[in-house]
Ligand binder design. Sequence first.
Ligand code: ZN
Length: 320
Amino acid sequence: MKYILIWVAILLLSVIAIPLCYNALFTGNGDMDDGSKIHSTIDVYFASEDKVKSMDTDEYILGVIAAEMPASFEIEALKAQAVAARTYTIEKVLSGSDKSHENGADICTDYTHCQAYITIDEAKKKWGKNASSLLKKCKKAVSDTQNIVALYDSEPIKAVFHAYSPGRTEDATDVWGGSVSYLKSVESPGDLKVPDYASEVRVPLDEFKEKLRKEYNVDFSEKILGKSAKTQGGAVETIEIGNRRLKGTDIRKLFNLKSACFEAVPCEEYILFKVRGYGHGVGMSQYGANYYAKEGYTYDEILKKYYTGIELGYLSDIKE
Ligand SMILES: [Zn+2]
């Protein structure tokens, strides 16, 4: 009987002790707190299903990378994207800046509003025969940067990004107004090497005038096109069209141009838009990040190229 009791005691002890040891050895960071328990889940609004789902934050970040950046990109570029996506998400969670999610979600899957997102199954379909290796690579980008965010003054930054700039990124002030210390215009040399760097859009003259009359009440009796003013990044800040001076970003939207860095050339029957770059041009250039990665830069160096004066830190470093 005595032996049985001793064995039971040993058994009980090991049941309790083994998981404790395991936790201490493998999951805990001892005294170092990297914030792994902070915001480990978030509420994501799935626009297409009109549903809010509570998700593991890293699983969400993985889906954002898969949707937002070609998985064939260099691992350091994917890591930079992981940190940008995580930071963008946490900034939204903390600032509650996005009141437009009336359903109480932290973030949504509409790329025109927040960040694009696809499920693992959708990503696998997109990647085809390379699915398993690309998934592994994206997972590595998330796990290697776990709990790491980009901080300015100990606060997570608005880590906006775009496909590629015309060779220089935009100052946020020129695109959205309001000065943001870390969203300045910087050089992005890799963007000049993107195969689709330049694009053209031809808009028949009638359609051009009609759209502008309808949208901005433009009168064309005096002239069609006049002078334009440029932003620091080289995009059109404003342009004279007919009797109006309009914003480059509005013209981009109206004629579905890849960026606001365009030249409008009047031709006989149409207006030719010669466009450079792709996206709003603010923050990190994704193709530019891949170029830097190929040149041997690490993800933190890449992020610091695009977000002026930032530091990288853990979620636990965020100022309350
Ligand atoms: Zn949203």
